[in-house]
Structure formats: structure tokens, C-alpha cells
Ligand binder design. Structure first.
Ligand code: C6P
Length: 419
């Protein structure tokens, strides 16, 4: 098969891929006798040595509970924990650390908003608006809210390229819309949605907007102030940081007006049986002992990614996507699912006559890790009439040579299944 010559096969200038790959110990191993090609970054990205070492360093030197002790270790742990809050604020261009709430991940962030904001501000006549391409984490919490409040869930459809139909969005928005919950980047299709415009339209209708940034933050620089979103959620583990830690950004005035979500230590100022006074922001939303090491690791991940530069990462990944897309166009029996004009580095596809799980198994035997399945986006699968897709999702350490390996393995799968 001919490889398109018009597509550059080099990394974006400024990214030293050999050095970057050396930062990730896990990449240097054989799987089924082949060098690992890790193309499942959309599910979870690998961790650089800087993150791994930062967590070890924290446990070796400074671990104690935060905000609870006058002793030195507790103060050191608190300094590290709060220092990262400032890093996160700067990373997403929030105005204040009061707007940065540590959570377990995107899922927890969305559940927090659906429960707390939803309970306080959504009623039976109201509508909550999501899109057809949301991850289940940005559907089910709103369904639960609607069940509890008798509000109505409205869904904005997308077209067959995987682009939201903005005219339908405009039609569905109305004065009863309380919350719009949209993903910035679809995990199943790669579509980058025009969230900035969508936020402005929602605000004109009087609704608040939550942006699911799980698949956006690792690939592009995010500015919550420029976006003017009300809530923004992301997970550390897709950003080359640890699992179990994520961030909810919330506009301060909204977080202030919201009731606490979980009760417990840390989120209180004063507890009495005749009434409890809650802590100030952001602690009002951080009940219990947090994932301190996770926060410390997230800080190292942010430093790592910011040190490389998100613009360069984006440029490199766009080159990978263009190369993979061009190769896919030449591969017979392959259908790409998600062909929006603006995409992040995700290639979802199916092969004629071969179940995606079988493709995934053949690829694994060639040392290539991809995700197969519904990607927790069943409505997307339903739209395209497929049970599942194969998804290659690229990260900052992936190379053009790895995409060649992917297509070599796809050839093998097609030969094996007689396609
Ligand atoms: N998507 C994927 O393979 P958590 O699990 O809370 O870190 O992230 C949930 C989530 C929310 N929104 C989007 C757009 C996502 O992609 C994800 C996680 C992974 O696509 C695991 S299902």
C-alpha cells in the first residue's frame, strides 16, 4: 500500500521525540515479542519519570495529612498540595484558586455539579441539555438529576461526520434551559466542538455551561476565562498524571451559591448539632482526606506538559492524525468513524467483516494497544449503527513509525480474517 508522500513524517520542530520517549519508562518494553506501541491514550496516558519520581519523593520526604497539623510534615504536605492548586489555576487560566476543586476525576466533577448545582437550581419545569456525543459520565449524572427533579433532558444531535448540528442546538436552547453540559472533544469521534460559541449562545439563553474537558486538556491549551464557561472538568490520568485525581473548575460566584456535595472533615468551619457552618471555597467541596500524592503527581504532570508546550504537542499530534487519516483513506475495507473538520488525535474505525474486538486482539498480538468497544459513548455507536469501534488515540510520545506499525497490523488482521 502506498504511503502518502504529502504528509510530513517528522515531529513538530521543537519536540525531541527520542528524549520524550525516554521520559516514559513503560514505553520501553516488548508485548508478545514486539516493541510496545501504546495508542490508548484516550483511555489513560502513560506517566513520565518526573511524575513517578515526584510521587515517590513526596512519600519519601513529606507525607502527612494536609490542613490538619502544625507539625512540619503536615505543613510541607499542605504547601505541596496548595502549590499545585496555583499551578492548575494558571494551567487552565482560572482567576482564583478558590475556583479549583480537587476531585477524583472528570466523572466525579460532573456528578458534583449535577448533584449540588442541580439540587439547588434545577426544578420540574427546567431543561438540561447534553449532546448526542457525550461520554456516559456526562449523560448519566444529568439523567439522575432529571429523575430526581422531574426536569427534562434534551439532546443535541450530530451529523454523520460527527459534527454537532448547531442549528438544532440553537432551536433546543430556550428560557427553560438551566444547564448545558458539553464535551470539548469527543472521546469516541475526536470531534473538537465549538464550545466557545456554544457557551455564548447558552449564556444568551440564561443557562450555565459545564464543559467536559477530559479529552481536551491533554491536547490543547485551555483557557476557562476566555471560554467563559461556568464549570470545566478534567482528569489527571489522561494528562500524563496519576489516576484518582482530577479537577473541577467552577466560577467562584456559582460555587459560592452551591450547597456542599459531600459532608465530612475539611469542608466545615464549625460543627454543632444545631447547625453546621461550611468552610470557604474551595474546601467546601473537598470533604475527607484528599488524594495528596495524586495532587502532587498532577502538579508534576502539568509542569511536564507545560514545559514541552501544549502548542507544540498539539502540532505534533495533528501531524500524527493527518498521517493516520491519510493512511486510513488508502486502506481498503476500513471505515473511519468521526470525520469532523476539526478533530483531536483520535482515529476511530471499523474494518469490514471483522469484529472490533477481534481487531483489538490481533493488534495486541502485534504489540499494539488500542481500545475497542463502545468507549462509554453508546449513543455514538447507536448513531453509526455499530456495536463498537477500534480506537487509536495518540499522545505526545507517539511517532509516525508507530502509525506504520498500526497499519501493518491492520493488514495482518485483514489477511487473517480473509478480508
Ligand atoms: N474516557 C476513554 O477511553 P474519568 O473516567 O472520570 O477519568 O473520565 C471520564 C470521561 C469523561 N468524559 C470524556 C470525554 C472521557 O473521555 C472520559 C473517559 C475514557 O475514552 C475512559 S471510558
Amino acid at each position: 500500500m502506498g504511503v502518502p508522500t504529502s504528509v510530513s513524517s517528522s515531529a513538530a520542530p521543537g519536540l525531541d521525540l527520542d528524549a520524550i520517549r525516554n521520559d516514559f519508562p513503560v514505553l520501553h518494553q516488548q508485548v508478545h515479542g514486539h516493541p510496545l506501541v501504546y495508542l490508548d491514550n484516550g483511555a489513560s496516558a502513560q506517566k513520565p519519570e518526573a511524575v513517578i519520581q515526584m510521587i515517590a519523593d513526596y512519600y519519601c520526604k513529606d507525607h502527612a495529612n494536609v490542613h490538619r497539623g502544625v507539625h512540619t510534615l503536615s505543613q510541607r504536605a499542605t504547601d505541596r498540595y496548595e502549590g499545585v492548586r496555583g499551578k492548575v489555576r494558571d494551567f487552565i487560566h482560572a482567576e482564583s484558586t478558590n475556583e479549583i476543586v480537587y476531585v477524583r476525576g472528570t466523572t466525579e466533577a460532573i456528578n458534583l455539579v449535577a448533584s449540588s448545582y442541580g439540587q439547588a437550581f434545577v426544578g420540574p419545569e427546567d431543561e438540561v441539555l447534553v449532546t448526542e456525543m457525550e461520554h456516559h459520565s456526562n449523560i448519566v449524572p444529568w439523567q439522575l438529576l432529571c429523575e430526581r427533579t422531574n426536569a427534562t433532558l434534551k439532546v443535541v444531535p450530530f451529523d454523520d461526520r460527527g459534527e454537532l448540528i448547531l442549528d438544532r442546538y440553537r432551536d433546543i436552547l430556550n428560557e427553560r434551559t438551566r444547564i448545558v453540559a458539553i464535551t470539548q472533544v469527543s472521546n469516541a469521534l475526536g470531534t473538537i466542538n465549538p464550545v466557545r460559541d456554544m457557551i455564548a449562545m447558552a449564556h444568551d439563553a440564561g443557562a450555565v455551561v459545564l464543559v467536559d474537558g477530559a479529552q481536551a486538556v491533554p491536547h490543547m491549551s485551555v483557557d476557562v476565562t476566555a471560554l467563559d464557561c461556568d464549570f470545566y472538568a478534567f482528569s489527571g490520568h489522561k494528562l500524563y498524571g496519576p489516576t484518582g485525581i482530577g479537577v473541577l473548575y467552577g466560577r467562584e460566584s456559582l460555587l459560592d451559591a452551591m450547597p456542599p456535595w459531600q459532608g465530612g472533615g475539611e469542608m466545615i468551619m464549625q460543627v454543632r448539632f444545631d447547625g453546621t457552618e461550611y468552610n470557604e471555597l474551595p474546601y467546601k467541596f473537598e470533604a475527607g482526606t484528599p488524594d495528596i500524592a495524586g495532587v502532587v503527581g498532577l502538579g508534576a504532570a502539568i509542569d511536564y506538559v507545560a514545559g514541552l508546550g501544549l502548542d507544540l504537542i498539539d502540532e505534533h499530534e495533528q501531524q500524527l492524525l493527518a498521517y493516520a487519516t491519510a493512511r486510513a483513506a488508502e486502506q481498503s475495507g476500513m471505515r473511519v468513524i468521526g470525520t469532523a473538520s476539526d478533530k483531536a488525535a483520535i482515529l476511530s474505525f471499523e474494518l469490514d467483516g471483522i469484529h472490533p474486538h477481534d481487531v483489538g486482539t490481533v493488534l495486541d498480538h502485534e504489540g499494539i494497544a488500542v481500545r475497542t468497544g463502545h468507549h462509554c459513548a453508546m449513543p455514538v455507536m447507536e448513531h453509526f449503527g455499530v456495536p463498537a469501534t477500534v480506537r487509536a488515540s495518540f499522545g505526545l510520545y507517539n511517532t509516525h513509525a508507530e502509525i506504520d506499525r498500526l497499519f501493518g497490523a491492520i493488514d495482518k488482521a485483514q489477511e487473517l480474517f480473509g478480508q
